[in-house]
Design a protein around this ligand. Sequence first.
Ligand code: RP5
Length: 163
Amino acid sequence: MNAPLVGIVMGSTSDWDVMQHAARSLKDFGVPYEARALSAHRTPDLLVEWIEKLVAGGAKCFIAGAGGAAHLAGVVAAKTTLPVLAVPIPSKYLKGLDSLLSMVQMPSGIPVATFAIGEAGAANAGLFAASVIALRDETVARKLDEFRQNQEKKVLAAKLPGR
Ligand code: RP5
């Protein structure tokens, strides 16, 4: 199997329902990834070990999904200068607004690129990671172009209900 070019990490296995959309985007474009549930506060040492392993193995970016006081993406970004894409997971009481603000309000110096709350954010983080890989991979770049063309065709072919 090819070494992962993208690391997908989430704070809990309960985040997978959302984060599987990031994995799906990468799978569709043939980008090798590794997905793990590792927490910034529950398994900090394992998280750092995993980041270092992926970076040493040639990973080009990370996607981090977490909910609540979501510091996971910030911790990943603290350990690598590779791009870190953050996906706010919907939370029980604040519906992911807490996750979004925790991610998007990173203090100056350690950037994370924050996406929309939930499935759309996860899918777009996957697409964005594919764009990062496409900078140096013509096959992935071509697949991204085809994806956009197909998306356009679907919009044009769709009919308004009852018309
Ligand atoms: C965060 O706490 C995780 O990212 C998850 O979104 C949230 C709840 O985790 P569980 O209690 O479901 O394991 O760390």
